[in-house]
Design a protein around this ligand. Structure first.
Ligand code: NAD
Length: 424
């Protein structure tokens, strides 16, 4: 007698973006039956055509998931019915400094319609402490008529994915897990134990939510520290990069952060403000470190433009009418993610001053701002530019050629040396 076939657990991943798609792909690999639900029909169309739009997930991986018969990308909510696990990976932006949880709310409302006893819902979207229990829990209970604890499980697990970083794979990054009660924690932990090598359990969802904000606020504040120091060191005639390199030789109690043209992406410019908003809203106090870091980091694109204007002035050239080649527009090296990227602010400011801004970024498909000319970083482009600015130091650029062919370079990433190179 043959044993009856075991049905794979059904996972719904709500949101198939930078965070949700890698999770969905890993879960297919681990044997789950996965529904990748997204409201963006264009994205669903591409996934169904084996075409990935997330750089860290190759189209081959999407094709393999489709071919397995255990992955379905859809914008049809009813395909989510009957899930054992659901993970919420939708955007959590800031609108005028205020957290916008409308995407999380909509996702939770949709899931509540298909929630059934025994299922587990996990929030992964970055958010302020209290969201899972105070916002998502009641939506799921009201929409389903079921009770957390008695009927279903609920937890939070922050995502630590690092786009463009080849050294840390999804499964090798330790995953912090939490639940609103012991049974929820056990279920959330059990789920991620099937996907990653190490899970780190914390006692409640608020601690897990704070973990993510702590990690990103730590980076944000330390980047602001070296950015402010870079501006002072420049005026004092001190090489900040050499000092950072020397300090990094200390084997304990120091961790290097490097200056740059500002912070970007979906995390650093946004997540710390979720925390300061929560502190102000609940305690009526200001989170001064976050506010100071916002201040310093938001000023960096203007500082870069100021340095460039001064350099052009020294060369006797007005910025109005000059040709500037920006190298790298994505906020992060070796990625094509230009969300909130400081390069876009630099481009906008220079264009407003009358400069002809050309941008070379091999990872970028189109100009998110439509104010610059996208070009390849060819010898001709470099030679024709009055000034070249290294904004994002993608490895794909030919730095020897750029160094040899440029008239003047402002390097915000410490990549180049030479008589015509100025560094941040
Ligand atoms: N990108 C990162 O490196 C990173 C890292 C850690 C955490 N996060 C957090 O993860 C969350 C998701 O970020 P992301 O970078 O994946 O965003 P993203 O914009 O790449 O993807 C989000 C997806 O959700 C979809 N979506 C929006 N509303 C929906 C809904 N109601 N139902 C289904 N799909 C919906 C969008 O169409 C989009 O495809 C955010 O909270 C972010 O802060 C991001």
């Amino acid at each position: 007698m043959t044993s009856p076939e075991v049905r794979p657990d059904k996972l719904v991943v709500v949101g198939q973006g930078y965070v949700g798609l890698p999770l969905a792909m890993r879960a297919v690999e681990a044997g789950f039956s996965v529904v990748g639900f997204d409201t963006d029909d264009e994205r669903i169309k591409r996934l169904n055509a084996d075409d990935s739009y997330v750089e860290d997930v190759t189209s081959d991986v999407v094709a393999a998931a489709n071919a397995s018969g255990r992955y379905e990308a859809t914008s049809e909510p009813k395909r989510c019915a009957g899930f054992d696990y659901a993970v919420i990976d939708v955007p959590t932006p800031l609108d005028d400094g205020v957290p916008n949880l409308s995407y999380v709310t909509t996702a939770a409302e949709m899931l509540s319609r298909y929630l059934r006893p025994g299922a587990t819902v996990i929030v992964e979207s970055t958010t302020y402490p209290g969201t899972t229990e105070e916002l998502v829990g009641p939506i799921l209970e009201n929409g389903s008529g079921l009770s957390i604890g008695d009927d279903f499980h609920l937890g939070y697990s922050p995502e630590r994915i690092d786009p463009g970083n080849p050294n840390w794979r999804f499964e090798s990054i330790p995953k912090v897990v939490s639940g609103v009660d012991d049974a929820s924690l056990a279920s959330v932990k059990g789920f991620f134990d099937r996907l990653v090598e190490q899970t780190v359990a914390v006692s409640g969802t608020r601690e897990a939510e704070l973990t993510k904000l702590l990690e990103n606020t730590f980076r944000h504040v330390n980047i602001a520290l070296v950015n402010e120091l870079a501006m002072f060191a420049g005026e004092l005639g001190i090489d900040i990069w050499e000092a950072i390199g020397a300090a990094s030789s200390k084997p304990f109690g120091y961790m290097p952060f490097t200056p740059g043209p500002g912070v970007g992406g979906h995390c650093l410019p946004i997540d710390p403000s979720y925390l300061s908003w929560k502190v102000r809203r609940t305690l009526g106090r200001s989170f001064r470190f976050v506010e100071l870091a916002n201040d310093v980091n938001e000023h960096m694109p203007d500082y870069v433009v100021g340095r460039l204007v001064l350099a052009l002035n020294r060369m006797g050239r007005p910025v109005n009418g000059c040709r500037v080649l920006l190298l790298g527009m994505a906020y992060k090296k070796n990625t094509g993610d230009a969300r909130e990227a400081p390069g876009t602010i630099i481009a906008r400011r220079l264009a407003a001053l009358g400069a002809h801004v050309h941008v070379a970024d091999p990872h970028l498909k189109d100009d998110p701002e439509s104010i610059v000319t996208l070009v390849d970083a060819t010898e001709e482009e470099v030679g024709l530019a009055d000034a070249v600015v290294v904004v994002t130091d993608h490895d794909a650029f030919d730095y020897d050629m750029i160094n040899a062919g440029a008239q003047y370079i402002l390097d915000t990433r410490n990549r180049l040396r030479g008589p015509h190179v100025e560094r941040l």
